[in-house]
Design a protein around this ligand. Structure first.
Ligand code: HEM
Length: 104
């Protein structure tokens, strides 16, 4: 959710656009409208959430406002795995995030 919030904030014009584009995505997820490429390649596309618009708007507003903790443990494990696989670029990217957001 930390990364999803960041990506949506970066890719939306304002709070209203954030909520609207998230509601649209969640009702009918498509590869074209997805922003989190890494999550898609690892987990696949999420299933559609056939909930009333008003409910989805509230959930999207929560995702906009909540202060999620950065995924430090995820980066630690991912950096180690990338090292093991010899994927230097990925390992460096995750260590940069650890340094920037987790004081490591
Ligand atoms: C109302 C409930 C939900 C909301 C608001 C929501 C919202 C989101 C959003 C905004 C993303 C980022 C999409 C992107 O731009 O890449 C995402 C990703 C994801 N979600 Fe959900 N989600 C919900 C329910 C679920 C459920 C029930 C599942 C699993 C059964 C799920 C699985 C995933 C997965 C695997 C991803 C990463 C891959 C992708 O982007 O599709 N989500 N979710």
């Amino acid at each position: 959710m930390w990364s999803v919030q960041r990506l949506y904030k970066r890719n939306s014009l304002d709070n209203e656009d954030f909520v609207e584009s998230m509601v649209e995505f969640v009702k009918q997820p498509t590869l074209e409208s997805a922003k989190h490429e890494e999550a898609i390649s690892q987990l696949g596309l999420m299933p559609p959430m056939p909930l009333p618009d008003e409910m989805l708007k509230k959930i999207a507003a929560y995702i906009l406002e909540e202060q999620f903790p950065p995924p430090c443990e995820h980066w630690r494990i991912a950096a180690q795995r990338a090292d093991q696989k010899g994927d230097k670029e990925h390992a460096m990217k995750d260590r940069r995030q650890l340094k920037r957001f987790c004081n490591e």
